[in-house]
Design a protein around this ligand. Structure first.
Ligand SMILES: Cc1ncc(COP(=O)(O)O)c(C=O)c1O
Length: 387
């Protein structure tokens, strides 16, 4: 008997973690596969988090409100106004444990195999896996270099748009580091309004914009956005907190209500000390400035190395990723496995993000400068010897 769950294959990150476990060479492993920041969590915030955990035993250990603690919601509204110059109302915001779960809730907007969820390829694997888990039809939108890593709307038929319930867009983008401007977003929103679906704009990396102009636009003043768009934000990457996840969504009242109705079936409110920690973090742009400075410096080391080796890459405008063309005509898995075997440096093969990623590999800049310099040294020797 074949069960529904037997259809699902483990994600690429499962495979990479097995590789890491099996590592036996004399060379020290340099793991730049998974996007989990190595930079320490802010100590001051950790201290007030700890204080709330200990001193709040009489008040913080009940079920928290499912849509978010008022202190966090106020901090989100202030943060949003500071970044986007737009004043949200309380009804425009809801809080959840992390975007990963929120993606699954969004997929429940599709409730039959005739409904379509549109996902980017290459893209964060959870979009496709969550859509398949819900039994929805999946439409993959290629993100190609020649189209600046944006889906090409002209390639998608009206029949697909008519069946679509949700379109996932993710900018700043994992895995490519590409960004999308408000002008580039506008025709996507027009399609969503015309064909009545919701765009879920995953902005997990918005606070990691390396050039300032990429992060400052909001959908709220765009026609139809109140009913057809939802933005999602996460603490994991920008605030070095993948182990203490929390995220939030912003949207028009009706979209937030629809989303919350689904979310509240499987989720309860986030632990209040975590919410209060995030409320504090959102008022600390210095954390982001420090992180961005570090990632930019790391990126420069790889750029110099790849320029010397003649390896092509996309200059990232945001995120802590680099999207690099596989050299020597290999496919991504073969290159990454060979690189790991020869240099003990681990990247993520682009195929793990979808078939349109197979000529690329992704670097997560989540190792200190010295290790990145060492990785570049090993790769230069290996690639140099192979010529
Ligand atoms: C594009 C994107 N969205 C969402 C997530 C998950 O974020 P969270 O930790 O908030 O669940 C990730 C994590 O890698 C991601 O790359």
């Amino acid at each position: 008997m074949v069960y529904y769950h037997d259809k699902f294959k483990p994600s690429i990150f499962h495979e990479l973690s097995n590789l890491v476990k099996s590592h036996k060479s004399d060379l020290e492993l340099i793991d730049m596969g998974i996007g989990d920041p190595d930079i320490a969590f802010d100590k001051k915030i950790a201290e007030s988090f700890a204080k709330n955990i200990v001193e709040g035993t009489d008040k913080f250990y009940h079920y928290p409100s499912t849509d978010g603690h008022p202190i966090l919601k106020k901090s989100i509204i202030d943060w949003y106004e500071r970044i986007f110059n737009f004043k949200l109302q309380d009804e425009n915001v809801t809080v959840f444990k992390g975007i990963k779960e929120a993606i699954s809730y969004m997929c429940l907007f599709a409730n039959s195999a005739d409904d379509i969820i549109m996902v980017p390829d290459p893209g964060y694997p959870t979009y496709k896996l969550a859509a398949e888990t819900c039994g929805a039809g999946v439409y993959e939108m290629p993100l190609l270099e020649e189209n600046d890593y944006l889906p090409n709307l002209n390639d998608i038929s009206d029949e697909v748009f008519d069946k679509a319930k949700v379109m996932f867009l993710n900018y700043p983008n994992n895995p490519t580091g590409a960004t999308m401007s408000k002008e580039q977003f506008a025709p996507f929103l027009e399609k969503a309004v015309k064909h009545d679906f919701i765009i879920c704009l995953d902005r997990a990396y918005n606070d990691l914009s390396l050039s300032d102009d990429t992060k400052k636009w909001t959908v709220f003043d765009m026609p139809g956005a109140d009913k057809h768009a939802i933005g999602m934000y996460s603490m994991s990457k920008p605030y070095n907190a993948c182990g203490m996840r929390i995220g939030f969504a912003t949207a028009g009242k009706t979209v937030i209500e629809k989303f919350s109705n689904i979310k509240n079936v499987s989720d309860n409110g986030v632990f209040i000390p975590t919410q209060l920690a995030y409320a504090e973090a959102l008022q600390r742009p210095d954390i982001l400035e420090n992180n961005i400075k570090i990632y930019k410096e790391r990126c420069e080391i790889f750029k110099e190395c790849f320029d010397k080796l003649g390896i092509q890459y996309l200059k990232p405008k945001a995120t802590f990723y680099m999207w690099v063309k596989v050299p020597n005509g290999k496919k991504s898995r073969e290159f990454v496995m060979d690189c790991f075997k020869e240099t003990a440096v681990l990247f993520t093969p682009g195929i793990g993000f979808g078939k349109y990623g197979d000529d690329y590999f992704r670097i997560a800049l989540t190792q200190p400068k010295e290790k990145i310099e060492e990785a570049c040294k090993r790769i230069s020797m290996w690639v140099g010897n192979a010529h």
